[in-house]
Design a binder for this molecule. Structure first.
Ligand code: NAD
Length: 355
């Protein structure tokens, strides 16, 4: 299922779909695609950001590839009427509970990072963030004005089963990588983190081939910058993951490079429910100009092949092709401050050719 969305979402998704067709053709797979409305375009055509038809199609599909949503004309409307509400709605409808952000450094972009290249060269990790629980959803919550002064409350709640399912996902991923999970918490202060650590340690026993270590979130914030190569799979709860994954984003060089995946349970077809999208938004400042960097969307196709369908060789072929194009210098303006940049379409075509 394809949800191009708004702005550059439609432009980068078009290239990602070309790449998907190419890799499927090369490896002899058949792809059956449906397309739906989400975000601003859905508001224009149906009156709401997430039409029921989109939900139905996404529930039927094995995986969903999304562009980005958001249009400036909706900037000042109520939150429930904004395009971004469609994004939260589709995540909820699909029941995805783990957000995966692969973070890699690319040789061609080492100089684009504000960090020293000898520190980030060779970085290759996945941040696995719990998406449905923790302090963003726990109750009681609110600002209470009934006492002598206003009082604000948020509650960090996790159950054993919520921790178990996301931890299992992290360990499964590690089995196909360097077999190392680093679980991040604040167990020196929070009881919530003490349960997190206990349950993750229990789950680790199911995966004897994977090494587990624990790190406090404050130490992790430092280690991500000082020694990012020490991480393989970084597992953490919702709010810590929200913050650390943006820190991780700096390691990749440009926001246009970053793919993401949100994964739920396994479907009867054997595919893992997954929603795949580049991390960036709809970028109204460059929309419609064929300037957007499509690597994040193309990387999302690779993530979909690997995580939803277990097609690791196909995913690697997409990533190798993208890296070859990156190294050849055929890149969009965000990665090329001087010289003639390539268009979104040219980058997509080059990746298709390189597969
Ligand atoms: P943005 O990510 O759209 O853009 C931030 C900056 O990065 C802009 O200067 C943009 O030109 C640049 N940029 C982003 N992606 C790029 C790419 N692929 N290639 C080249 N340059 C790129 O964030 P924003 O400006 O804060 O938000 C714009 C709209 O997108 C808002 O409506 C916001 O709510 C929405 N948004 C949606 C998502 C999503 O759909 N997942 C995520 C973030 C923001």
């Amino acid at each position: 299922m394809i949800l191009p969305g708004d702005g550059i979402g439609t432009e980068v998704t078009r290239e990602a779909v070309k790449v998907l067709h190419r890799v499927a053709g090369k490896f002899g797979h058949q792809v059956s695609l449906s397309e739906g409305l989400l975000g601003g375009i859905a508001i224009h055509k149906t009156g709401g950001p997430l039409p029921q038809e989109t939900v139905d199609l996404a529930l039927k599909a094995d995986a969903t590839l999304m562009g980005a949503v958001g249009l400036p004309e909706f900037d000042n409307v109520a939150p429930e009427k904004r395009p971004e509400r469609g994004l939260l709605g589709i995540r909820k409808a699909l029941g995805v509970y783990a957000n995966l952000r692969p973070v890699r450094s690319y040789k061609a972009l080492l100089d684009a990072s504000p960090l020293k290249k000898e520190l980030i060269d060779g970085t290759d990790m996945i941040i696995v963030r719990e998406l449905n629980g923790g302090i963003y959803y726990g109750t009681p919550r609110g600002i209470f004005e009934d006492g002598p002064e206003p009082r604000a409350v948020n509650t960090m709640v996790y159950t054993r089963s919520e921790i178990q399912r996301v931890a299992r996902m992290a360990f499964h991923l590690a089995q196909n990588r360097c077999k190392k999970v680093t679980s991040v918490d604040k167990s020196n202060v929070l009881e919530n983190s003490q349960l997190w650590r206990r349950v993750v340690t229990e789950v680790a026993k199911e995966f004897p081939d994977v090494t587990l270590d624990h790190l406090l979130v404050d130490t992790t914030a430092m280690q991500l910058i000082l020694n990012p190569r020490r991480f393989d799979v970084l597992l953490t709860e919702n709010m810590f993951g929200d913050i650390l994954s943006d820190e991780g984003a700096v390691l990749a060089g440009s926001i246009g490079m970053l793919p993401s995946a949100s994964i739920g349970d396994r479907k009867p077809s054997g595919a893992w429910v997954g929603l795949y999208e580049p991390v960036h938004g709809s970028a109204p400042d460059i929309a419609g100009q064929n300037k957007a960097n499509p690597f994040g969307a193309i990387g999302s196709v690779a993530a979909m092949l690997e995580y939803s369908f277990g097609l690791r060789e196909e995913a690697a072929a997409v990533n190798r092709a993208a890296e070859a194009v990156l190294n050849s210098g055929r890149v969009t303006a965000d990665l090329k401050p001087s010289g003639k940049p390539a268009t979104t379409t040219e980058v997509g075509d080059a990746v298709v050719q390189a597969i």
